[in-house]
Design a protein around this ligand. Structure first.
Ligand SMILES: Nc1ncnc2c1ncn2[C@@H]1O[C@H](COP(=O)(O)OP(=O)(O)O)[C@@H](O)[C@H]1O
Ligand SMILES: O=C(CO)[C@@H](O)[C@@H](O)COP(=O)(O)O
Length: 551
């Protein structure tokens, strides 16, 4: 009898539920629930209490609504016997964290705390803990803490330690009242299974936890603030378990609300970009997976722990058990193209797109594809939203060189596509320079489905073939695969994520192959990009920072 699992992908704006066949990874049905409260970056839903700059919160009820609305919708549409659905797995944006009480309830559900913004969920892109991250980083550097090298030399303000410290600093009463701080992925997993466990992926990438060294030391936290000394043994306590572990089983309450069978396996939580790796069939070294959308997350597996410049983290078992999982990223990619379309494209191109009933990107892509590499005479630095990897510097900005009175919008568009490809090439070089091999690329996310030219440029610039995910909801497929591992072979699932990936991981037939003539020209252009990258990015000329300070 064919067996199925459910994968739930919790994004920034919505949750997406898919029902997947374990035979071949086929997605039978999907359903999306938009979050009612979306991203709360202006006011709280209670008394319209104002939030500060760089705040970004979410509402826990929105996550529960995804379970209560989308899971029954998927079950109804699929016409599959619930007895054949053997597990559920979720993936989430991260670090998306919340304070909970002893019973596991979010503090923001309690009237006593709900008017304090710190009692709510801090979304991954809550950046208001930057001063706290800076303090953690400078002390870690001073004390020569070994953990720092695993995060490319800096902990991000997006991550757990900076966010927890911000709560202590700005709302000590909320800090005191919190029994624990948890990742939303672990909290929702607990809501499904009634068991709170921490997954090795978010613990490793977002909470600076290490499989043998554990968390940073009490002395380190004590030096930051004596009240923070026991952070990891109190507020972050809890067993950290590898991906694919069974967190527990679907509770009766969840079964009654959703139509799922009580007692089926629930996998431990995961991170969206990381769940996508096995979903494109990648379970070993040499294959760089790019989750390409508004930004790019790059994931790579290795057999050794190596410290690579500017990586967002290396975590043992962090992506696939048995491997060191490396993560790097570019903080704006699709967002740069969107900026150009919205802010710089003349009206006649918008009109042309409207007349043809297509997106402006499509018109620009068609026009830009008519040029050969180098023909535009343009070169850009893709730092419209700073540089995540490899420079880890949010104060860098974009640059476009080579304008003339003849420059056309499609030429600029092409230069921007190329610049993001050079940014990815810098990341690949940082890995290969340290002996972490990259032999081929795998792409998932929205961009590979939208822009053929972009994908060809990436193949030409990197001189590597690119395979593209066949799934529409790659992270959700990955979460469903981990659910099959949590269920195990006795219940009709898989022994390991490697087995699951062999049957369920899917890429399209079409592979983007580098075109030799293009590769040669892009080698020269990339050498020029690298010059500019180091000149403006490594301190030879800090004009970008000076301009920023004048603003
Ligand atoms: N045809 C296109 N070519 C290039 N970029 C596009 C195109 N259409 C949309 N985009 C960009 O893709 C990004 C959205 O990517 P997507 O993967 O769907 O979203 P997300 O990253 O939020 O999951 C936006 O930044 C948008 O500007
Ligand atoms: O930080 C990570 C992964 O480490 C992501 O969850 C976060 O950037 C959100 O990404 P998306 O907007 O869901 O593509």
């Amino acid at each position: 009898m064919e067996k199925y699992t459910i994968g739930i992908d919790y994004g920034t704006q919505s949750g997406r539920v898919v029902l997947v066949s374990l035979k071949d990874g086929r997605e039978l049905v999907d359903h999306v629930t938009e979050y009612k409260h979306g991203v709360m970056d202006d006011t709280l839903p209670i008394d319209r209490i104002s939030l500060g700059n760089e705040w970004a919160l979410q509402h826990p009820q929105d996550y529960l609504d995804v379970i209560e609305q989308s899971v029954p919708a998927v079950l109804k549409a699929a016409e599959v016997d619930p007895a054949d659905i053997i597990g559920v797995g979720i993936d989430f944006t991260a670090c998306t964290m919340l304070p909970i009480d002893e019973k596991g309830e979010p503090l923001c559900f309690n009237e006593k705390w709900s008017k304090n913004p710190h009692s709510w969920i801090k979304l991954w892109k809550h950046h208001a803990a930057q001063p706290h991250a800076n303090e953690l980083n400078s002390l870690a550097k001073e004390r020569e803490e070994t953990f720092l090298a695993r995060y490319g030399g800096k902990l991000s303000s997006e991550w757990m330690l900076a966010k927890a410290y911000q709560i202590l600093d700005e709302a000590p009463d909320v800090y005191q009242a919190a029994d624990r701080f948890v990742e939303a992925t672990d909290w929702v997993t607990m809501k499904l299974s009634d068991n709170l466990v921490r997954n090795s992926c978010t613990a490793g990438y977002k909470s600076a936890w290490h499989k043998t060294e554990g968390y940073p030391s009490e002395e380190f936290f004590k030096e930051i603030d004596p009240r923070l000394k026991d952070l990891t043994s109190t507020k972050l306590r809890g067993e950290v378990v590898p991906l694919g572990t069974k967190a527990g089983r679907i509770t009766r309450e969840v079964a009654e609300k959703t139509g799922l069978k009580e007692g089926i396996a629930v996998a431990v939580g995961n991170v969206d970009a990381h769940a996508a790796v096995p979903a494109v069939g990648v379970v070993d070294e040499g294959k760089l997976v790019m989750a390409m959308g508004t930004s790019i997350c790059h994931m790579l597996l290795g057999k050794k722990e190596v410290h690579v410049e500017g990586m967002a983290g290396v975590v043992e078992d962090g992506i696939i058990p048995g491997y060191y999982g490396y993560e790097a990223g570019q903080s704006a990619v699709g967002d740069i193209f969107e900026w150009f379309v919205n802010k710089s494209v003349p009206g006649h191109l918008h009109q042309k797109a409207e007349e043809r009933g297509v997106n402006v990107h499509t018109v620009l892509e068609e026009e830009a594809a008519k040029y050969r590499p180098g023909q535009t005479g343009l070169l850009a630095l893709d730092w419209w939203n700073g540089n995540r990897s490899i420079l880890v510097d949010t104060e860098l900005s974009g640059l476009l060189l080579g304008y003339s009175l003849k420059t056309k919008p499609q030429e600029v568009y092409r230069a921007l596509l190329e610049a993001t490809a050079y940014g990815t090439k810098m990341i690949i070089d940082a890995f290969t320079d340290k002996g972490v091999a990259v032999n081929e690329l795998y792409a998932c996310g929205g961009l590979p489905q939208k822009n053929d030219l972009l994908m060809q440029i990436y193949a030409d610039v990197t001189n590597l073939p690119i395979k593209v995910a066949a799934s529409k909801h790659t992270p959700a497929l990955g979460a469903a695969m981990f659910a099959s591992v949590a269920a195990g072979t006795d219940e009709g699932g898989y022994e390991s994520i490697v087995d699951a990936a062999a049957h369920m991981g899917r890429v399209r037939d079409k592979v983007y192959q580098p075109i030799a003539e293009h590769v040669d020209i892009y080698k020269q252009l990339y050498a020029e990009y690298k010059e500019l990258h180091d000149y403006f990015g490594r301190g030879k000329n800090d004009v970008m920072k000076r301009l920023l300070s004048l603003r």
